[in-house]
Design a protein around this ligand. Structure first.
Ligand code: HAM
Length: 473
């Protein structure tokens, strides 16, 4: 019995290994014999410069540091995100930034801009093609299959945060290393799930983070039954006009006509605007699904705009697709995007499992949140300005006391004139400055200056904690 169980286990284990292997080696090329590992700097012909350290080394184009000054905002956004996901009973997942290239080629699609132009792909020293992940949905699905999470049954509600990599032209809000906050729900085909996923996006972005001028664009891209009919109509319509479109669209018109609708070239837009609309080709089931999603949004009083050309730049979508834009962002106004991908788990070798999710561009979210948040960041800061050496001890006593009651306090230990001290408080966006000099120590009443109104009043030393708490809380 024990032996049988062991044999059963080892069969299951070897099946699992084979499945994981077929994900890694989709063409079943098998493991390559490992060639001699090459030194990472063997192709640098200026080896000497590497060790000379003459010039400072810069960061890679489109890739940036997030400095401590900015991190406060990022942390705030991430805390709000975790709090919201927790109320919807989502669990965190972390997948690697490095994956086999075939994962993205198979899921995102070879004709998409992401796969055909934007991936950071390189050959590892053992000749495997590896890619820095351009998005995380494919990785989450790979992990779901590789660890047989589906065996746990039920619906999996997962979220993630982390860096993604796309080789796009850098500009404001567009980076080559950027961050996404994403959610994936696996195991539900209900339109109610689509509506709840959109509710989460709405709650986080507009209610919790207060982003303004937000638009939710909604569409359906149909399913394997109705989409081929639409694609045939699109192909036919493109036949007559493709020679007037950009080179990329001429190629896409042949290989993957749906991708023509993603084209960003300004001159192509009038022609693209006249192409057939997918909403006119939806089958009954897809039409019903979309109607139910709309009903769910109406019930939640979430505004949306039906946008028939929103097909999204990734091949795995079926039925619901959506994007959230914000007018505060400028040219790169897409704050988040997502949709349903019912065939993706199967496509990557797992059991038939429906799925839906979204990813928010965290860099853009922080950017949109910035102006409101910068004011808020300093809103509760108390700056202690001390005037002469003998008031420093009183200043540090007060700082410690206020911090014990969880107030945010800044105390600078180098001596400064009052004018410079208050300028520092201003620069830090402090809400109040507490001024302590010889007179204040003698009278036992400290001056409290409201940095926004400029008004100043003396407050008893003993009641100062309660006073500040009531004004900042
Ligand atoms: P995506 O639309 O490619 O979808 O990306 C989602 C968001 O990532 C965009 O709306 C944008 O805010 C941000 N983003 C994309 N590229 C850049 C960039 N170069 N710089 C800054 N931000 C950028 C996906 O990635 C899908 N995986 C979403 C999804 C999840 N669908 C289903 N589940």
């Amino acid at each position: 019995m024990g032996t049988l169980r062991l044999v059963g286990e080892s069969v299951r284990k070897s099946r699992r290994l084979r499945k994981a292997r077929s994900l890694r080696y989709p063409n079943d090329r098998g493991r390559n014999p490992s060639p001699e590992p090459r030194s990472p700097i063997s192709n640098l012909n200026d080896r000497e410069n590497v060790s000379q350290k003459t010039e400072p080394v810069r960061s890679v184009k489109g890739v940036r540091d997030l400095l401590p000054k900015e991190m406060q905002l990022w942390q705030r956004v991430e805390e709000a995100t975790r709090a919201v996901f927790s109320t919807y009973n989502f669990q965190e997942i972390r997948t690697p930034v490095l994956e086999y290239t075939s994962l993205f080629a198979r899921s995102v699609g070879p004709d998409t801009d992401i796969v055909s132009k934007e991936m950071f792909t390189f050959e590892d020293s053992d000749r495997e093609s590896l890619t820095l992940r351009p998005e995380a949905t494919a990785s989450v699905i790979r992990a779901y299959i590789e660890h047989s999470l589906y065996n746990e049954g039920g619906i999996h509600k997962l979220f993630y945060m982390g860096p993604m990599f796309r080789r796009e032209r850098p500009q404001k809000g567009r980076f080559r290393q950027f961050y996404q906050i994403g959610a994936e729900v696996l195991g539900s085909m209900e339109p109610g799930t689509d509506a709840e996923v959109l509710e989460i996006l709405h709650v986080l972005i507009t209610e919790r983070l207060g982003i303004r001028e937000v638009n939710l664009l909604l569409n359906s891209v149909g399913c394997s039954e109705c989409r081929p009919r639409y694609v045939a109509a699109l192909r036919q319509a493109l036949e007559g006009v493709k020679q007037n479109l950009c080179v990329d669209c001429q190629r896409r018109a042949e290989s993957n006509p749906l991708r023509v609708l993603d084209c960003k070239v300004e001159a192509d837009q009038p022609l693209i605007g006249k192409l057939p609309r997918i909403l006119d080709y939806l089958c009954e089931a897809c039409r019903l699904h979309l109607d139910e999603v709309k009903k769910g949004l109406n019930q939640r009083k979430i505004n949306y705009e039906i946008t028939p050309r929103l097909v999204r730049g990734l091949d795995y979508y079926v039925r619901t697709t959506f994007e959230m834009t914000s007018g505060t962002l400028g040219a790169q106004n897409a704050l988040a995007g997502g949709g349903r991908y019912d065939g993706l788990v199967e496509l990557l070798g797992g059991p038939r499992t429906p799925g839906i999710g979204f990813a928010i561009g965290e860099d853009r979210l922080v950017l949109a949140h910035q102006s409101a948040a910068t004011q808020e960041a300093g809103a509760n800061l108390i700056y202690i300005a001390w005037l002469e050496d003998n008031s420093l001890a009183a200043a540090s006593d007060l700082a410690r006391e206020l911090r014990q009651s969880n107030q945010r306090v800044e105390l600078v230990y180098s001596p400064m004139k009052m004018k410079k001290s208050l300028a520092t408080a201003n620069r830090l966006n402090a809400r109040f400055a507490v001024i302590i000099g010889p007179d204040e120590i003698e009278t036992g009443r400290y001056q409290v200056k409201d940095m926004a109104s400029g008004q100043q009043e003396p407050v008893d030393r003993t009641g100062i904690g309660v006073y500040l708490q009531s004004r900042t809380g």
